[in-house]
Design a protein around this ligand. Structure first.
Ligand code: PGA
Length: 251
């Protein structure tokens, strides 16, 4: 049985002081009882090492929102896998639609970043998803298949076990309009089938596929009760302790 994984993608929110205060509050809620899901927070780079200090003795795990694919060198403004690792990260989000669209990240670049993360013993949350236009044109499966195939190019059976896939329909991100549980389940099942073909049934059935896109406490339970939805990648609703805890409670 797959364990649910709830991850909070903070995006570009909270300065260092706000992050410290938020994580302290979140931690005091999280530790109140045993949780039957994994909890990951992904703050901005500036807050990572302080975040690590606060969550050290709690079940909360730490992730970053990006890395560059090179080890080190003249790449002004970039952050390496080794750097986030040294700040205490176990996870990194890669392929997020905001990185794909605003920062022009290609499938090829995302694939390089995934390989770099794995080389540095990081676990990856790899995002895929179609735009509204693509959904309306009926090419959702084609787009998602392509993103999965390109993003996971040359990823071995051993490596895929270190990757969580996050299906995030772009039209549902930050819009308040989530995919219905049925719409999400359809694509999740499609993704799992792609993974079965690539890595075998047994392995694919153990992999975590999260849903992301306007997940809130009031829709989380229905989404998370779908057979192939193994967790959530949460944006807006992870920035308030109450709503993030509400989503965690739905597991
Ligand atoms: P949202 O963002 O929950 O605000 O829609 C999700 C995401 O971008 O990962």
């Amino acid at each position: 049985m797959r364990k649910k994984v709830i991850a909070g993608n903070w995006k570009m929110n909270y300065n260092l002081h706000q992050s410290i205060s938020f994580i302290n509050q979140l931690k005091s809620e999280v530790v109140k009882k045993e949780r039957n899901c994994d909890i990951i927070i992904c703050p901005n780079f500036v807050s990572l090492s302080e975040a690590k200090k606060i969550i050290e003795d709690s079940p909360i795990k730490l992730g970053a929102q990006n890395i560059y694919f090179e080890d080190s060198g003249a790449f002004t403004g970039e952050t390496s896998a080794d750097m986030i690792k040294s700040a205490g990260c176990e996870y990194v989000i890669l392929g997020h639609s905001e990185r794909r669209t605003i920062f022009n990240e290609s499938d090829e670049l995302i694939n390089k970043k995934i390989k770099q993360a794995l080389k540095n013993d990081l676990l990856v949350i790899f995002c895929v998803g179609e735009t509204l236009d693509e959904r309306e044109r009926g090419v959702t499966y084609e787009i998602v298949k392509n993103q999965i195939e390109q993003g996971l190019r040359d990823i071995t059976a051993e490596e895929i076990q270190k990757i969580i896939i996050a299906y995030e329909p772009v039209w549902a991100i930050g819009t308040g309009r989530n995919a219905t549980p049925e719409q999400a389940q359809e694509v999740h099942a499609f993704i799992r089938n792609l993974l079965r073909t690539a890595y075998g049934i047994q392995l694919a059935d153990e992999l975590i596929i999260q849903y992301g896109g306007s997940v809130k406490p009031d829709n989380a339970k229905d989404l998370l009760s779908q057979p192939d939805i193994d967790g959530a990648l949460v944006g807006g609703a992870c920035l308030k302790v109450d709503s993030f805890i509400g989503i965690i409670e739905s597991c």
